[in-house]
Design a protein around this ligand. Structure first.
Ligand SMILES: CC(C)(COP(=O)(O)OP(=O)(O)OC[C@H]1O[C@@H](n2cnc3c(N)ncnc32)[C@H](O)[C@@H]1OP(=O)(O)O)[C@@H](O)C(=O)NCCC(=O)NCCS
Length: 206
């Protein structure tokens, strides 16, 4: 179960409403031409993707088991949440339109905050795509969805995720308990990044 960032920003009702509207009409083509909003047509592909432990084991907030009913329910729940401005479940597809990865954006409009979880197929891991794709997603959350704070967690032994997160400029904020869908807990590393920090770092690089 996703939890909002520890830091709490002051957010006006107008800012929250603007974020809700941006989430409802989110344009995934700004992320890549291979991104799609997850729909019933992706159930089978998501099951294949997530059934690989190299993909799903590090992720605490996936619904389990990976059966057609559970995954179809996850997709339809995310669609309902998107209409409320609270989530976007996206898949990436390969050139055969097979599911090659997923991203789950959780948004708390009233806190101007977001979290991102995701994975790509094992044969695409470790080739530098994660770092690039994650950086693009963080920029999209800040600039397209209009959110001002992102909080991220990763399992303590997930070195690749930590590299991806810290390369994007996130600041380590210690550890937090993550709660899995079945109620069990996992101790996670925790990071935060604000939109101002992101913009300053992006400007420094240009
Ligand atoms: C996490 C994930 C999205 C990262 O994407 P990726 O394409 O594999 O990552 P990259 O190839 O961009 O590598 C990221 C960094 O980790 C480093 N890295 C790669 N394999 C590593 C390993 N086994 N141990 C330590 N670092 C490793 C890379 O060198 C790179 O760092 P650098 O550019 O500073 O050298 C992807 O591995 C994945 O889907 N993993 C399974 C699910 C998961 O862990 N999701 C995140 C949950 S928080």
């Amino acid at each position: 179960m996703s939890a909002p960032p520890t830091t709490r920003l002051d957010v006006t009702a107008q800012e929250a409403a603007t974020i809700c509207a941006a989430v409802r009409s989110a344009d995934l083509s700004l992320l890549s031409p291979m991104h799609r909003i997850a729909g019933p047509e992706h159930v089978a592909g998501l099951i294949v993707l997530l059934s690989d432990p190299a993909v799903s084991d590090p992720i605490y907030d996936l619904p389990r088991p990976f059966t057609p009913d559970v995954i179809a329910g996850w997709i339809s729940d995310a669609r309902n949440k998107q209409t409320r401005g609270e989530a976007i479940l996206a898949v990436t597809v390969d050139d055969q339109e097979s599911v090659a990865g997923y991203s789950y954006f959780t948004i708390w409009p009233e806190r101007s905050a977001a979290e991102l979880a995701g994975a790509q197929r094992a044969d695409a891991q470790g080739q530098g795509r994660g770092k690039m794709g994650a950086a693009r997603s963080f920029g999209w959350i800040f600039e397209h969805l209009g959110v001002r704070l992102i909080g991220l967690t990763a399992a303590r032994d997930n070195a690749r995720s930590a590299r991806v997160i810290e390369a994007a400029g996130f600041i380590a904020r210690g550890e937090r308990q993550s709660v899995r869908a079945d109620g069990s807990t996992r101790l996670s590393l925790y990071w935060e990044l604000t939109r101002d920090q992101w913009r300053n770092a992006s400007q420094a690089m240009t």
